[in-house]
Ligand binder design. Structure first.
Ligand SMILES: [Mg+2]
Ligand SMILES: [Zn+2]
Length: 205
């Protein structure tokens, strides 16, 4: 039988860890574009170094309405994101697969005005399409319930890092995280257990 016939019809898809930026990967300094003020959250680098070894694509997904509001320009944000990616590499050997940005502001009354601002799932879907990501095996980590909802809207699972970012606690069917954890260290342990289970029982989530 020719070798080609044993090849899967579709290329293998990779799982991703989608990571919120402000209040999750770095401390939340509202509308900050000053690279000097970037400060990683405690334990984030250590945890991500481990997680990257389990073949998760690491994708940053960040709402940046400061662009639409005119607080800063795209060049300033890009410079900040370049510094962030460089520091991840220099300080922990971590390579981001992608950084997805929503540049839009919410609509009147906080209602969605685009398909990418979290809690909409547009950034996750776009990254999945671009990089061949398996959303059903992917996770999102964030500090607000909007992060959780964005993940659930496209079939990912989500962990809420309870670091003080969520203040409204609007609950809903898509807004209950798989786990709520206090810090990156416990998130790493949790994901390790989930990942070991996924390897032991392929096909079962
Ligand atoms: Mg956040
Ligand atoms: Zn958007």
């Amino acid at each position: 039988m020719p070798a080609e016939s044993s090849r899967p019809l579709l290329p293998e898809l990779r799982p991703a860890l989608f990571i919120d930026k402000d209040g999750t990967l770095v401390e939340n300094v509202p509308y900050n574009v000053d690279p000097a003020r970037l400060k990683f959250m405690p334990g984030a680098l250590e945890a991500l170094r481990h997680i990257a070894r389990w073949d998760f694509a690491l994708v940053l997904v960040t709402n940046q309405s400061g662009l639409a509001r005119g607080y800063f320009g795209r060049a300033q944000l890009d410079a900040l994101l370049r510094t962030l990616a460089q520091r991840l590499w220099d300080e922990a050997g971590i390579r981001l697969q992608d950084v997805q940005v929503c540049p839009h502001a919410p609509g009147a009354g906080g209602r969605p005005a685009c398909l990418c601002r979290k809690p909409a799932p547009g950034m996750l879907l776009r990254a999945a399409r671009l990089h061949g990501l398996d959303l059903l095996r992917s996770w999102m980590v964030g500090d607000t319930l909007d992060d959780v909802e964005a993940a659930h809207r496209c079939g990912c699972r989500a962990v809420l890092l309870d670091t003080g970012g969520e203040t409204l606690w609007r609950h809903g069917p898509l807004r209950t995280p798989e786990a709520m954890l206090p810090d990156w260290g416990s998130f790493r342990e949790y994901l390790e257990q989930q990942h070991a289970h996924a390897i032991a029982c392929p096909g079962i989530r």
